[in-house]
Design a protein around this ligand. Structure first.
Ligand code: TXA
Ligand code: MG
Length: 345
């Protein structure tokens, strides 16, 4: 068996030759290409079946310089990188002129992130050491087909791209990822036009942590007019019908008419609370997720993939608590499914 060092060297060789690499980050697995090779990046779009106007995140090493990627680096970017890099935070900045349009989906902004996962860092450092100017990055979306759930284990990536991996994509295994949901994305690209920092995608780093660090209010994407192509309502979907339900509704539905209110056929209930003692219905199967948002996020995509492979007619998921630490999870759940019952606003 090759050592990790040998695998990383092989992965760097593949990147330099214009091929793709699957690598772990602390959020989800990425499918990466050299951010300077147009042909390599085109392969990502083809493989993922991703529309070309969906920009990619460039992953950089801790030694990477923001002003290599961005035309203008606001003070806010330094405050946030100081507080949260390396880690699960992506910044959107004004694109430097030399960055190819294919990376940025044709936009005048660029997404950059410095991952904290040791294998991702080792890969980035080795890759950049081969660059003449000492700068470089790996453009990488999550390693899944467009619109599907991001992979949090290497097995998930194999489920998505088995034949492509067999045909020579390098694969680095880091086990299960720590956070399990994608990075928080903050847009700082229009600060010079007096546009406030904007949360485009919530994640483990919360909007409160961002606004506390910046010492000012931030907008969320719904309040802003910033174009965020990846922010489709129906991103991150399992194949099985997924319905969201409040705790009160779940308890009532289980008690009533043998759970028929939850739907017909075999139903998976995904709850963060424990199974009630009187729970005996054979058509309902109970799966528990942890009550703590970090551990919940770490398990969420894995359980949705496991349930997708079983014969459930529907997954009914208990809506977790509504406080700040859960905001990234709420965002993904609202994209993954709909409310089972009408919700009063
Ligand atoms: O945790 C993560 O961020 C993972 C790991 C692999 O780093 N990556 C990830 O990439 O989730 P992806 O491509 O699946 O999602 C990136 C999101 C997309 O919604 C994309 O539209 C948005 O970032 N994005 C990238 N560049 C942007 C830009 N210039 N302006 C606005 N949104 C941008
Ligand atoms: Mg993705």
């Amino acid at each position: 068996m090759n050592s990790l060092k040998e695998k990383i060297n092989q992965a760097c060789f593949n990147l330099s030759s214009g091929n793709l690499v699957v690598f772990p980050t602390e959020t989800v697995y990425g499918l990466g290409a050299d951010s300077e090779q147009v042909n390599a990046i085109e392969k990502i779009y083809v493989l993922k079946q991703r529309p070309k106007n969906h920009p990619l995140i460039v992953h950089i090493a801790p030694e990477g310089k923001l002003d290599y990627w961005a035309d203008f680096v606001p003070r806010e970017a330094y405050l946030l990188t100081e507080a949260f890099w390396p880690g699960p935070l992506t910044l959107i900045l004004k694109r430097a002129v030399h960055i190819n349009h294919i990376v940025t989906g044709g936009q005048d902004s660029i997404a950059v992130r410095c991952p904290s996962h040791p294998i991702a860092q080792e890969l980035l450092r080795s890759f950049i050491s081969g660059k003449a100017n000492g700068q470089g990055g790996i453009a990488a979306p999550s390693a899944n087909k467009f619109g599907r759930i991001s992979p949090t284990r290497l097995e998930h990536v194999h489920d998505e791209f088995s034949s492509e991996i067999a045909m020579g994509i390098s694969v680095l295994d880091g086990g299960a990822t720590e956070f399990g949901i994608e990075s928080t994305i903050v847009d700082l690209s229009r600060i010079q036009e007096n546009y406030p920092p904007t949360l485009l995608r919530p994640g483990n780093i919360t909007s409160k942590q961002i606004s506390d660090t910046l010492g000012r209010e931030i907008l969320t994407v719904n309040e802003s007019s910033v174009r965020s192509p990846g922010n489709y309502r129906h991103h991150y979907r399992p194949k099985t019908d997924l319905k969201l339900i409040s705790t009160e509704q779940l308890n009532r539905a289980i008690d009533s008419q043998n759970g028929i209110l939850l739907g017909k056929g075999k139903i998976a209930i995904v709850a963060y609370s424990s199974k009630p003692n009187n729970f005996t219905n054979k058509n309902l199967a109970w799966f528990s997720l942890p009550e703590n948002p970090l551990s919940y996020g770490n398990k969420l995509y894995d359980i949705l993939r496991i349930l997708d492979q079983q014969e459930f007619s529907r997954i009914v998921l208990q809506i977790p608590p509504k406080n700040g630490s859960w905001e990234g999870i709420h965002d993904r759940l609202n994209r993954a499914g709909e409310h089972l019952f009408y919700q009063k606003k």
